[in-house]
Write a protein that binds this ligand. Structure first.
Ligand SMILES: Cc1cc2nc3c(=O)[nH]c(=O)nc-3n(C[C@H](O)[C@H](O)[C@H](O)COP(=O)(O)OP(=O)(O)OC[C@H]3O[C@@H](n4cnc5c(N)ncnc54)[C@H](O)[C@@H]3O)c2cc1C
Length: 851
């Protein structure tokens, strides 16, 4: 019986699933943690519907239930915010409603385990003991996912014994319990006559010993009765197990997975880099990266020297990549400027380890390795992860830009960061672009026409529409102005001289009026920058460490969003006597859920009991930057509203953090011009994998009868350029972004965890496509880890070793990234077979260590 619908579902079905889950919640809570809660109540607030769970300890836990398209065969995923005690359980939108209670019991069990662990700051095991195919480690202990699974046993046992249920429902619960036993490695699968049986029984006994203390009486009894070799079960139970195994076997081959790599942060022998050695490990990884970049450049130049004039070495190419390096294929030449997390002066990302715990599934790194559950993840960890992923194939540290060559080939101009001469490569296939989020907007600029070149374009059209000779002359002068600084002020002068400024500002075309706004704001910005050198900054300059903290004591930070509060922290940390005046509208809900915002205000904002070095002015709408000359003649900077009036907030420096505008990545500017200047087309298309996971977007540039394409992923793919994508795509992505990172989680869709997960989906998708084209790889991945196939049976390879008295963890093959060495995602991501809707791994054929 297929229990999950395999097709896409309409919202009515999702509503039914949610209704089932909501209805099941009280019973789930009662069955898995009797005595924990004092009450459960549904709350509707600011468009969110969630449950408030009161605990006997006097805490209030917030739990929201939702549905989402999840990577198969995941039946659910849970975001755990132990900083704000907010949790979001997302059920797969393909899950059959009648399973909502069972799946919920596991997820709620897991989130309570995460919560308990955070309270005591305990270590979180990387591997799971009860996941399908899990290896038995040297020191068997339960992961949070295992604890969720234990609660699933408790829930099912309660149903088996619930006199209020009919006999068929109780029997169904018994069969599901038994299936869960099978797939959790709690019962040997090899026949009693097989030599493997003793090894599997040994492993099953250990697992049972470890999980038993979490089981309540009913589940313990059921376990004693059902966690037996199938030969010892009564006929009906044995039949159910045999049938379930047959269904699993019939499900067929495991899904294709990308090549496995040792997860960054793990040493080649699979042991984790200790926290005390993080800085050294990060420095060593950086050295390896720099050295590889030098060697790759030598190779590029040697290959170039051997080619005829006009030809260049051909490479598959990835331009840029931080968290998106999870998508990096070793076949690609990576060109990355090593920005973002290598240059940001902040000490840690704004999320705690618990808030980004799904990072493990991406294979980029284990946040718990370097941070306690509620601690923010330190930057050297990200640097270590990124530099480790970067050297998996040829690499140049530097910048790359795409262009179309004279013969119509797609080329990349590479400017190496070491200052050596530029090199050119020809792009093979479709390049992957992950250059991060777009730049910030100048204060006061119109968001529809945010830059001077765009403003010029619209003003030229507006002037042409005016039809007057002086307007035509002004248009010619406007278009003849050179690029670069002062162009905004020069443009305003041209328009004022011609006497057309007012007519343009009053234009019925909002883009023309907006263009005037942008010119004025940009001119004011450039003027202020010239009047107060080094003291008028874009937020990204502070975030990229490209500023001097000693230039000012009092800083105006324009904006109250994520970048603003991150910059406030950087500035306050850089200079002990500095003060920050943060001014803007209201901090978004997601900020109240990360591990930085409230903590920083508590430390420094007097309103929150802090030392007063941070003052927040909310509810203010900002316009352009203002300058004021102080009594001593020094220029001070002022926050102005959109009408140019002072908002009463001044400082010696001004940092603009007013958000970003969606744009095509800068690296494709030249290709876009190539297409547009020839009257060609630029088309965009959102990309999804077979599980409806968003992979980024594809761009196609067409002109001169030729077509070039590139793919954009990572943070860059989370804001769609409005001149390429329509409203429908934008609306779809907005919904998707929200599901990808519910705001309660303290994450954003362009953030590190979501980007790394997206990258891992893309890697899997690309590997599957490659395999489809070229056939399966003849051997394992570059790290030699894929295909560390365990023996059949519920025991993993480590079980055999342990039984043989050897070290439990294989030292011959490196441990690979969770989710990359297996046929299924790890931990809670691995559902029991009866919850799957498509071919998954056959338990007992686990590959490598379990989740
Ligand atoms: C100031 C700031 C603070 C942030 N704080 C957080 C946070 O605390 N938590 C969180 O989850 N997310 C945060 N983010 C979001 C951040 O974008 C993600 O964490 C993540 O880094 C996105 O990964 P990515 O690979 O898509 O892009 P990035 O990590 O931004 O990497 C892009 C890379 O491309 C390089 N690059 C750009 N152009 C080129 C080019 N032409 N050629 C070659 N290389 C190029 C850059 O130098 C960089 O190395 C923050 C973003 C910013 C800007």
């Amino acid at each position: 019986m297929a229990l999950i619908r395999g097709d896409a579902v309409e919202s009515g079905a999702e509503r039914r699933l949610l209704a089932e889950a909501e209805a099941a919640l009280p019973a789930v809570l009662r069955d898995i943690r009797p005595g924990l809660l004092t009450g459960v109540s549904a709350v509707e607030q600011d468009g969110r519907r969630f449950f408030e769970l009161g605990t006997t300890a006097g805490d209030r836990i917030e739990l929201r239930l939702d549905t989402a398209a999840l990577p198969q065969p995941q039946p659910a995923r849970t975001f755990t915010n132990t900083t704000t005690d907010r949790y979001v359980v997302q059920l797969a939108d393909t899950l059959r409603p009648e399973l909502a209670g069972q799946v919920l019991s596991r997820e709620v069990g897991e989130l309570l385990a995460v919560r308990d662990r955070a309270t005591v700051g305990a270590q979180v095991p990387l591997d799971s003991l009860l996941a399908p195919g899990a290896t038995l480690p040297a020191r068997p202990e339960l992961s949070d996912a295992d604890r969720g699974r234990a609660e699933e046993f408790n829930y099912l046992a309660a149903r088996m014994n619930d006199a209020d249920l009919g006999a068929a429902e109780r029997l169904d619960a018994r069969h599901r319990f038994s299936e869960l036993v099978d797939e959790s490695g709690l019962r040997p699968r090899a026949p009693v006559t097989d030599a493997q049986h003793a090894i599997e029984q040994y492993a099953a006994d250990i697992r049972q010993d470890v999980v038993r203390p979490l089981l309540r009486a009913g589940a313990r009894e059921a376990m004693a009765e059902l966690a037996q070799p199938v030969e010892r079960l009564d006929a009906a139970d044995a039949h159910a197990v045999v049938e379930a195994r047959a269904v699993r076997a019939a499900e067929g081959a495991a899904p294709v997975v990308p090549p496995g790599f040792t997860m960054p942060g793990l040493r080649p022998d699979g042991s984790p880099v200790p926290r005390a050695e993080l800085d050294r490990a990060a420095a060593e990884a950086a050295e390896r990266r720099t050295s590889l970049s030098g060697r790759t450049l030598e190779e590029l130049r040697a290959r170039q020297a051997a080619l005829p004039e006009g030809r260049h070495p051909r490479y598959e190419l990835m331009i840029g990549g931080g968290a998106a390096l999870a998508a990096r294929s070793p076949e690609m030449l990576l060109v990355d400027a090593r920005g973002r997390w290598h240059v940001d002066p902040i000490e840690a990302i704004v999320q705690s380890a618990d808030q980004v715990r799904h990072l493990r599934q991406s294979g980029m790194g284990d946040p718990y390795q370097f941070a306690d559950p509620r601690q923010r993840v330190p930057l050297p960890a990200l640097q270590l992860w990124e530099d480790t992923a970067a050297v998996r194939g040829p690499l140049v540290d530097g910048r790359a830009e795409l262009r179309v060559g004279a013969e119509g080939r797609l080329l990349a101009e590479i400017r190496p960061a070491d200052g050596s001469d530029p090199v050119t490569v020809e792009v093979k296939g479709t390049p992957l672009i992950a250059t991060g989020i777009p730049p910030e907007i100048v204060p006061g600029a119109d968001r529809q026409v945010p830059t001077v070149p765009e403003a010029t374009e619209h003003l030229a059209e507006g002037l042409a529409a005016l039809g007057a000779p002086e307007a035509a002359a002004a248009r010619d002068r406007l278009l003849a102005l050179s690029e670069g600084q002062d162009r905004a002020a020069a443009s305003l002068s041209v328009l004022a001289d011609a006497g057309v400024s007012d007519r343009l500002a009053a234009s019925a075309d909002p883009r023309v009026a907006g263009a005037m706004e942008t010119l004025r704001a940009t001119a004011a910005w450039e003027e202020a920058r010239a009047a107060a050198p080094g003291r008028v900054l874009m937020g990204d300059e502070v975030g990229d460490g490209d500023y001097d903290p000693s230039v000012a004591r009092d800083w105006v930070v324009a904006g109250v969003g994520g970048a603003a509060i991150a910059n406030a922290e950087i500035i306050l940390q850089a200079r002990p006597d500095s003060r920050v005046f943060m001014v803007g509208k209201d901090a978004p809900f997601v900020l109240h859920n990360d591990a930085q915002y409230t903590a920083l205000r508590v430390k420094h904002d007097a309103e929150y009991g802090g030392d007063g070095r941070l003052v927040t002015f909310s509810g203010r709408y900002l316009g352009a930057v203002g300058t004021v000359t102080a009594a001593d003649g020094r220029v001070r900077l002022a926050a102005l509203d959109s009408a140019g009036r002072s908002l009463g907030v001044e400082g010696d420096a001004y940092v603009a953090c007013l958000g970003r505008v969606s744009r095509l990545p800068h690296a494709v500017d030249s290709v876009e011009s190539w297409a547009r200047s020839a009257g060609g087309e630029v088309r965009g298309e959102l990309r999804f994998d077979k599980d409806r996971q968003y992979l980024g977007y594809r761009l196609e540039f067409e002109a001169h009868g030729q077509r070039h394409a590139c793919e954009v992923t990572g943070a860059a793919s989370r804001m769609l350029p409005t001149h390429v994508f329509g409203r429908e795509d934008m609306a779809r992505l907005t919904v998707l972004n929200d599901k990808t990172t519910p705001p309660e989680s303290g994450n954003v869709a362009a953030g590190f965890m979501a980007t790394a997960l997206q990258g891992s989906h893309l890697a899997r998708h690309t590997a599957a496509e490659r395999e489809h084209r070229q056939g399966p790889p003849s051997s394992g991945g570059p790290a030699g880890a894929v295909g560390a196939v365990g023996p059949a049976g519920a025991a993993g390879p480590g079980d055999a070793q342990r039984a043989a008295g050897a070290a439990a963890r294989s030292r011959s093959a490196p441990r690979t990234a969770p989710g990359q060495n297996r046929t299924t995602p790890p931990g809670s991501a691995v559902p029991p077979p009866h919850l799957r809707n498509r071919p998954g791994p056959e338990p007992g054929r686990g590959r490598g260590p379990g989740a």
